[in-house]
Design a protein around this ligand. Sequence first.
Ligand code: FAD
Ligand code: DHB
Length: 395
Amino acid sequence: MKRSKTQVGIVGAGPAGLLLAHLLHLHGIESVQVENRSRNYCERRIRAGVLEHGTAELLAETGVGERMKREGLIHHGIYLRFRRKSHHINFPELTGGKSITVYGQHEVVKDLIAARLAAGGRILFGVEDVTVEGMKGKAPSLRFRHAGEEQVISCDFIAGCDGFHGVCRPSIPANELRVYEEVYPFGWLGILARVAPSSDELIYSRHERGFALLSMRSPQVSRLYLQCSPEEDLARWPDGRIWQELQERFATEEKWKLKEGPITQKGVTAMRGFVVEPMQYGRLFLLGDAAHIVPPTGAKGLNLAVADVRVFARALDAFYTHGKTELLERYSEICLRRVWKAERFSNWMTRTLHLGGGDEYAERIHEAELDYVTGSRAAMAALAENYVGLPFEEV
Ligand code: FAD
Ligand code: DHB
């Protein structure tokens, strides 16, 4: 059995865990990170693609935004398409100059891993059987197996950055947590295709056959999604059927055409809203998907994880530099204010744009929402403000 010590033990090397390790390093705080997958797997996992204004700024300000600035695509708006017409929402005009960056989550992960390793950071990939112990005491520990060897790391704090299916949240006694959850009757079938994006900006399309979204990863790669059942069987979706369905759902009166190309990846994602309160238990803190999930419409998941990390890193800095525990005590309360606003926004985007989540009355309300949001500057500004990301709270 190998025993060691660190200041912060981090479970998970997704965006939350990696960014936390990076920010702590900048504050001079030591961490060890354990991840049950391989580095290669983490760097290839295709997920989110939209960075809020503040997320992109934070990455750039902390020295991990160089490639993002070079290769990321700055977007100044999105299109909402319904009744076969597109309506542009102009972000800079509505938000005092803010925009979003389209840059794949796996690219952020690659950049963060490279920065950590270059700084001599310790990330143990491929660990097994991680458990967390002693969270209510002053020295919680991480226990796991790595390269066949049992290890215990004694920590001052543990950061649960291990996603929705991780071990940290379930290791908190159930009666200490309150769970809020909404399971949506929709899923997304997502594809990556080797074809130039058919639009300069994202298109969110509501159509009587269901929702569809056009996004991208680069000038050569398109990312597209279509609403499906949460249990959709991918085997029933040969490439030809996917393109045909996308063509129908993006159909427009305008002079516009959806370009097709070879599909290089496909997958189905179910949708849920999920929040656990509080996001801390003794010296274990939950960050990102370990504490909350949003339905994907509106691209808030990754950005919320970044916002949690920002608060937690500052709270730890206040603790180690000035011996102050106040921010650590208020961590959950501060994060949850943003989390619930993102849940609200994602719920609204999802319900408004998808088909079949309610009765006909609800469908009419959703159409009215779209009429309103594209016809009223005030409503448009509210959408834009949320999409580019609400300002970070001062901490
Ligand atoms: P994760 O990225 O899940 O990272 C958790 C890490 O912990 C992983 O590397 C995992 O391997 C590791 N881990 C798990 N269990 C253990 C364990 N027991 N021991 C050690 N390590 C462990 N958001 C959007 O905004 N737009 C999208 O299109 C979108 N698509 C998504 C598609 C899928 C299939 C999923 C699951 C999520 C998607 N999201 C999307 C959400 C977004 O990707 C997440 O919000 C984001 O990844 C959160 O980052 P995280 O670091 O908190 O969690
Ligand atoms: C992407 C994902 C989203 O959930 C979204 O709302 C916009 C874009 C994407 O993967 O590119």
